[in-house]
Design a binder for this molecule. Structure first.
Ligand code: NDP
Length: 294
């Protein structure tokens, strides 16, 4: 980051729509403040037809980087000068970084997940089941494979999407990936060590929605992860915890992804606990009716 001028903050931000529920700015600005960085994060509601102008504006104003969220993660690629490896493999960009005059797209969603997973287990050698085959699943599958996961099983209702991710992982990484159609109650294979819910099932306000999963196949020895950031304790995590599985919530992924973005923009390793506390404050408050939850 350049020399800091209190009258001229470094600018970062996000382009998405709808943007009103995006808590990233609160977390990122808490980190800026904690580390004394003279920087701001502008959460902006940008319609698809205005994305090119928004990106041109960020460049014109000398922003030091920005995030793209839905629905711009793929369309932004045409507006950039290049892609880092993860974004090239995932074909989606959630973070843009200027480097030597070029604007480079990164994908830190999957990296955020892997960083969060590392808090509880080394991804290397794991046998992972990923539920869902959307953008989050694709990013997580690629990064887990690059982090040394041994085998990935991608389970999705629309099996073609799972097959496309498996084909990508098998072509581009040393990991072995398999696709499975999700038909009926899914039974987690007994040799799986990590289970990831990468569907949107359980996201607020549908907090009671259930995955079609045989919970008798979930228990001790399995790490159960959810990408859902709100609520922190989903029905899946609560029940998996009750059955003795180690659980990991989706907020860790969000915090780690944002911390990686800040590192890319400023070079600074920020304090993740400060961001987690601010995130909980911004989107927390919901408690599970049975007493668990956040
Ligand atoms: P997509 O819309 O790209 O994919 C959604 C996936 O969920 C699809 O595979 C879809 O299956 C599956 N799905 C939806 N409903 C059901 C259901 N009832 N039963 C089984 N499968 C279902 O979404 P994303 O991948 O972009 O996002 C998924 C979730 O990840 C969101 O909740 C988002 O909030 C979260 N996320 C969290 C992040 C974090 O940092 N914590 C970062 C990014 C995303 P099908 O293809 O058959 O329709």
């Amino acid at each position: 980051m350049n020399e800091q001028n209190p009258l001229l903050p470094a600018l970062t931000g996000a382009f998405s729509t709808p943007a009103g529920g995006n808590p990233t700015g609160a977390m990122v600005e808490a980190a800026y403040k904690h580390h004394g960085l003279v920087a701001r994060y502008i959460n902006s509601d940008v319609q698809p037809e205005a994305l090119a102008d928004a990106v041109a504006g960020a460049k014109a104003m000398g922003w030091i980087g920005f995030n793209c969220s839905l629905p711009h993660k793929e369309s932004v690629i045409a507006l950039l000068d290049g892609l880092a490896d993860s974004a090239r493999l995932v074909r989606a960009v959630n973070c843009v970084v200027p480097r030597n005059g070029s604007w480079i797209g990164e994908n830190t969603d999957g990296q955020g997940f892997v960083a969060s997973l590392r808090d509880v287990v080394d991804p290397a050698g794991q046998q992972v089941v990923i539920l869902g085959a959307g953008g989050a699943a694709r990013a997580i599958a690629v990064e887990l494979a690059l982090a040394g996961a041994r085998a990935l099983t991608i389970v999705n209702r629309t099996v073609e999407k799972a097959e496309a991710i498996a084909e990508l992982v098998n072509r581009e990484t040393p990991a072995k990936a398999t696709a499975r159609a999700w038909a009926g109650s899914y039974q987690v294979p007994s040799d799986a060590t990590v289970l990831v819910n990468a569907t949107a099932v359980g996201l607020a306000p549908d907090i009671h929605a259930r995955l079609d999963l045989d919970m008798d196949t979930v228990g001790p020895g399995l790490v159960v992860c959810d990408v859902i950031p709100n609520p922190a304790e989903t029905v899946l995590l609560r029940e998996a915890g009750q059955r003795g599985a180690l659980t990991l919530d989706g907020r860790g992924m969000l915090v780690n992804q944002a911390a990686i973005n800040i590192k890319l923009w400023t070079g600074i390793d920020v304090e993740r606990a400060v961001m987690r506390a601010r995130l909980d404050e911004a989107i927390g408050g919901w408690r599970h009716p049975t007493g668990g939850g956040d």
